[in-house]
Design a protein around this ligand. Structure first.
Ligand code: IPE
Ligand code: IPE
Ligand code: MG
Length: 250
């Protein structure tokens, strides 16, 4: 599924958009102001990823565990989601972005569910970039729901069968995972899919994550050697194949 992407652009970038609350606190603003600025940062990041030829962007917007926040913050995040979804659709269409919401929708209100479905439908014909917004998503939830699907189908439980039943089966595994906000943890994001993903942590708070910070992360990715269990010598030998040399000589 994944290939050695040395010197290449990542095909799939995933982001844990963390640090909205701290961004707001530093400015003596309510946490909601940080989340609102987070939407601005996401808009900027989506546009930059489209321009750079990234095929898939997957962002973590609300985790299974975020229900543990004060009820007021949870409900303002739900309202912000509906508002942002309605507002952003025209720009997504203009930029050729197909939107998917990934996560357990059952716990979301009928109004939120309807907004998500309608935005997905409105961008369904776009094909320049896929944007997966993980909302009420958790890696453990995903693995459990995939295992249930495979078991119910009666198929043997193989890696491939689980992979196909996961909520992100429509995209390849992420090549690069960025976490803003300085924490060095995964927080239940993409537990299965990040098996061989390159990780990049930055102290920048999500609302501050600008195009320069994105380019830095992409540059760091390009400097990495992805080995997928092989030795470095094997990777380097495969980089200059005889066929490549003949192409270069021609
Ligand atoms: C990330 O920012 C957004 C969500 C989890 C919804 P936070 O709200 O976690 O911001 P910090 O970590 O408190 O700064
Ligand atoms: C992770 O951020 C989830 C999202 C960005 C949506 P959190 O702020 O919820 O993560 P923890 O609780 O600090 O690990
Ligand atoms: Mg946080």
């Amino acid at each position: 599924m994944a290939s050695n992407a040395l010197h290449n652009m990542p095909q799939h970038v995933a982001i844990v958009m963390d640090g909205n609350g701290r961004w707001a606190a530093k400015r003596f603003l309510p946490r909601l102001a940080g989340h609102q600025q987070g939407v601005v940062a996401l808009r900027r990041c989506v546009k930059a990823c489209v321009e750079r030829g990234v095929g898939v962007l997957t962002v973590f917007a609300f985790s299974s565990e975020n229900w543990n926040r004060p009820a007021e913050e949870v409900s303002s995040l739900m309202e912000l989601l509906v508002h942002a979804v309605v507002n952003e659709v025209p720009d997504l269409q203009k930029n050729g972005v197909r939107l998917y919401f990934v996560g357990d929708r059952q716990r979301l209100s009928a109004k939120v569910q309807a907004a998500l479905s309608s935005a997905e439908l409105s961008t369904a014909s776009q094909s320049r970039m896929v944007l997966n917004v993980c909302f009420n998503y958790g890696g453990r939830w995903d693995m459990a729901q995939a295992a249930q699907k495979v078991a119910a189908s009666g198929q043997p439980i193989t890696e491939l069968a689980i992979d196909r039943a996961l909520a992100l089966a429509h995209v390849p595994d992420p090549d690069l995972l960025i976490r803003t906000g300085g924490e060095l943890r995964i927080s239940n994001f993409l537990l299965w899919q990040a098996a061989y993903t390159e990780l990049h942590f930055t102290d920048k708070l999500w609302p501050e994550f600008d195009v320069t910070a994105l380019d830095e992360a992409l540059q760091v990715y390009r400097s990495r050697e992805r080995r997928f269990g092989q030795s470095s010598a094997q990777i380097q030998a495969a980089e200059v194949k005889p066929s490549d040399q003949s192409v270069k000589a021609a």
